[in-house]
Design a protein around this ligand. Structure first.
Ligand code: ARG
Length: 438
C-alpha cells in the first residue's frame, strides 16, 4: 500500500519494498505522527486550504486511529513503507475521500523531521527527569556516608578523601550531563513543519501556527535546513555518550570496591547475580552491563555521524538510518540511569574497611612533607626526607605515625611532637577537602 505510484509502470520488487520499509522501527513515532497531522490539518482549515468539514473528519479519524492503537485494536504492521504511509492509508480507509486531503501542503520530509523532533524532545526530557532522580540518590548516599577513605591516583593509595567527596565528584559529572541535555533541547526547539519537501509550498500556510500548536518556540528559518537537519539527534546521542562514560566509570569503581580485595561496599541482592557453578559468587552484573553498554551508545553516535557526513542538501533516504541507533541510545541510557539509581540506593558502605585502607597506604606522606615545609625546609628536600622515611617504614611494616620522635629526628632535626597531630588523618582531611570544599 503506497502513497505514490502514478508515474510507475511496473510494480516494485518485493526485495526493494522490504529494504525500503522503516515501519518496523518508525512505528515508535505513531503518537507524534498523529498529533503532528492534527496540528497540520487545523492549520489547513484556518488558512482555508481545506474545508472545516473535511478538517473535522480527518481529526476525528486520526483520534480514532490513536485510540485503537492505544487500546491494542489496531496493530502497526503490514506492507507499508513507513509510519506516515500507514497512517494515511488507514485514515483513507476509515473516512474516505476527505482523508486524501490530509497531506496537502506537506511532504513526508518535513513530516518525519517533525515527528523526530517531537519524539526526541519528549524522550530527552525523560532522561533529564531520571538524571535528577539519580542526582538525588547520589547526594543522599554521599551525605549518609561522610567517612574517611583513601583517594587514589594511578590506582595507588594517594591522599585521604571522604566517601562523600568521592561520590560528589559523580554528582558534578551527572549535573553537567543534565545541563547538556537541557541545552540540546533548547537548541532543537523549532518546528520544521511547513518546509514541505525542501522548498516550502505555493499554499498560504501558517508555520508559526503549527509551531505554537505543537509547543515549539517557533518555526525553523530555512526550509532546506529544516528538512535535512539531524544535528539534534547527533547532539543528544553525544550527550548520552558522555553520560554513559560517566556511568561506566562509576560502574568500574563499584566493581572494584565490591571485590574481596577492596571490600569497600556491599551490593544489595536486588542488584547482584549469582554463578551457575560457583555457589559462593555474588557478581556485580548490573555495573558490568552498564560498563559494557557504553560502547554500544558510542557506536550509535559514530553511526549517525558517519551517515550524515557526506549528505548534500536537502533530504536523502540515508537519513532513515538516523532512527534505530538513536532509539537504541535513548533506551540504553535510560535503563542504565535507572539501574545505577537502584544500585546506589541499596548498596552498603563499609566504614571500617575504608578506615583500614586509610591506615595502610602512607596517605599522610604529603602532609608530613608539608609539615617540614612549615618548619622551614624547601618542599623538594622535604619530599626526599619523607620518601626515605616511607622506605624505612615499608621495611618495618609501620605507618609514619607509629615512628617515635627519636626515630623521626634521625631523618630531620625539624621534627617535633606536633608532627603527630599534623599528620592525623582526620586533621589532614579538615585542612584539605573540608576547608576548601563543600
Ligand atoms: N521513512 C522516511 C525516513 O525515515 C520518511 C521520509 C521519506 N521521505 C521520502 N521522500 N521518501 O526518513
Amino acid at each position: 500500500m503506497k502513497l505514490w505510484g502514478g508515474r510507475f509502470k511496473n510494480a516494485e520488487s518485493k526485495l526493494m519494498e522490504d529494504f525500503n520499509s522503516s515501519l518496523s522501527f518508525d512505528k515508535t513515532l505513531y503518537y507524534e505522527d498523529i498529533i503532528g497531522s492534527i496540528a497540520h490539518v487545523k492549520m489547513l482549515v484556518k488558512c482555508e486550504i481545506i474545508s472545516e468539514e473535511d478538517g473535522n473528519k480527518i481529526i476525528e479519524g486520526l483520534d480514532s486511529i490513536l485510540k485503537d492503537i492505544e487500546e491494542g485494536k489496531l496493530k502497526i504492521e503490514g506492507d507499508y513503507e513507513d509510519i506516515h504511509s500507514f497512517m494515511e492509508v488507514n485514515l483513507i480507509e476509515r473516512i474516505g475521500d476527505a482523508g486524501k486531503k490530509m497531506h496537502t501542503a506537506r511532504s513526508r520530509n518535513d513530516q518525519v523531521a517533525l515527528d523526530m523532533r517531537l519524539y526526541s524532545k519528549k524522550r530527552a526530557q525523560e532522561v533529564v527527569e531520571n538524571l535528577s532522580r539519580l542526582l538525588g540518590t547520589i547526594k543522599t548516599l554521599a551525605e549518609k556516608n561522610d567517612y574517611i577513605m583513601p583517594g587514589y591516583t594511578h590506582m595507588q593509595r594517594a591522599q585521604v578523601v571522604t566517601f562523600k567527596h568521592h561520590m560528589m565528584a559523580y554528582f558534578n559529572m551527572f549535573s553537567r550531563d543534565k545541563k547538556r541535555i537541557e541545552n540540546s533541547i533548547e537548541i532543537m526547539d523549532e518546528s520544521p513543519l511547513g518546509c514541505c519537501a525542501l522548498a516550502g509550498t505555493t499554499y498560504n500556510t501558517d508555520r508559526a501556527f503549527t509551531a505554537k500548536e505543537l509547543g515549539f518556540k517557533g518555526p525553523v528559518n530555512n526550509f532546506l535546513d529544516g528538512v535535512s537537519d539531524r544535528d539534534y539527534i547527533i547532539e543528544l546521542t553525544s550527550d548520552f555518550s558522555l553520560a554513559m562514560m560517566h556511568l561506566s566509570r562509576l560502574s568500574e569503581e563499584i566493581i572494584i570496591w565490591s571485590t574481596k580485595e577492596f571490600d569497600f561496599i556491599q551490593l544489595s541482592d536486588e542488584f547482584s547475580t549469582g554463578s551457575s557453578i560457583m555457589p559462593q559468587k555474588k557478581n556485580p552484573d548490573a555495573a558490568e552491563l552498564i560498563r559494557g553498554k557504553a560502547g554500544r551508545v558510542y557506536g550509535d553516535l559514530v553511526s549517525i555521524l558517519t551517515t550524515m557526513k557526506g549528505l548534500p542538501l536537502a533530504y536523502n533516504k540515508d537519513m532513515q538510518e538516523d532512527k534505530e541507533g538513536f532509539f537504541d541510545a535513548l533506551n540504553t541510557v535510560l535503563s542504565c540511569i535507572k539501574i545505577m539509581n537502584g544500585m546506589l540506593a541499596t548498596l552498603k558502605v563499609k566504614k571500617d574497611s575504608l578506615l583500614k585502607a586509610v591506615k595502610h597506604g602512607f596517605l599522610n606522606a604529603t602532609e608530613a612533607a608539608d609539615y617540614l615545609v612549615n618548619k622551614g625546609m624547601a618542599f623538594r628536600d622535604a619530599h626526599r626526607v619523607i620518601g626515605e622515611i616511607v622506605l624505612y617504614c615499608e621495611e618495618k611494616s609501620l605507618p609514619i605515625e607509629d615512628l617515635s620522635i627519636e626515630q623521626l629526628k634521625e631523618f630531620s632535626g625539624l621534627f617535633d611532637k606536633d608532627i603527630y597531630e599534623f599528620i592525623d588523618y582526620e586533621n589532614t582531611l579538615h585542612k584539605g577537602i573540608k576547608k576548601h570544599m563543600r
